[in-house]
Design a protein around this ligand. Structure first.
Ligand code: HEC
Length: 222
């Protein structure tokens, strides 16, 4: 074996540790220069990002304020009944036909309402609307132990809520009421009306009269 082989071997071993040392240092270090971007994709684009400057305008803002008196396309929302649950100066008592435009039939609207209700309302108001959802049960438990102050969700079957106009229920969902949060940002307009329709179905299910039962099966009731 030639004598130079041993130092050469040691040198190679030392050199191979350099990349590892560099990587280790890069992980611990901070850097002022931007990282090396091998595949820039669309990372750098000639455009204005939110809250940035634009010298073109006198106030220097790249984000332009809306022109007063203008309405964005599709956002006029002048139908008071559909968008706010109001007819004239009062709460609308009926669900507007325009709420049907997406689903087609009243039956489909109620089905959609059940779907949304079970996602957004059951945690507090319960499957049947009796105000005993899982969160309500937990809240009551914590309150009994003196660990929380808690406003229980309303039962939807009290005379008060049964007597609420459809538009009032719609508004409760849109804007919340007293201690209940608003769901307008989570539920689209038509979906809010669908939930109102489903609340009416729930209310009827808890106070059904004999006349609600088809005649041929009335005899089987006790
Ligand atoms: C985070 C829990 C919570 C969720 C979720 C919730 N509610 Fe409520 N809701 C409440 C509470 C609490 C009250 C009673 C508020 C009070 O009395 O201060 C209430 C009250 C109500 C009332 C009675 C209002 C009145 O006229 O007095 C209605 C109707 C109602 N909720 C409908 C809904 C519907 C529909 C949904 C689903 C879109 C929903 N809530 C989701 C907590 C909730």
């Amino acid at each position: 074996m030639p004598r130079w082989l041993i130092p050469a071997f040691l040198l190679v071993v030392m050199l191979t540790s350099i990349p590892a040392a560099l990587i280790y240092r890069a992980r611990a270090d901070t850097q002022r220069t931007p990282r090396i971007n091998l595949i820039p994709d669309m990372d750098y684009q000639p455009k204005y990002l939110p809250q940035t400057k634009n010298a073109l305008f006198a106030d220097g803002r790249a984000m332009r304020p809306q022109t007063p008196g203008t309405v964005a396309r599709g956002q006029l929302q002048e139908d008071d009944h559909l968008y706010r649950g109001r007819t004239g100066d009062d709460w609308a008592t009926a669900i507007p036909e325009t709420a049907l435009s997406g689903v087609g039939t009243w039956e489909a609207l109620v089905a959609r309402g059940q779907d949304r209700y079970e996602i957004y309302c059951t945690p507090c108001h319960g499957q049947s609307g009796n105000g005993q959802g899982m969160i309500a049960q937990r809240g009551t438990l914590l309150m009994d132990r003196g660990l929380a102050i808690w406003t229980p969700p309303s039962s939807l079957h009290t005379d008060l809520v049964r007597g609420r106009a459809a538009g009032h229920l719609f508004n409760t969902i849109t804007n919340g009421i007293r201690n209940m949060p608003a769901y307008g940002s989570q539920l689209k307009v038509a979906d809010r009306w669908a939930v109102v329709a489903y609340i009416r179905a729930l209310q009827r299910s808890q106070r059904a009269e004999l006349e609600d039962v088809p005649e041929d099966v009335r005899g089987t009731l006790r």
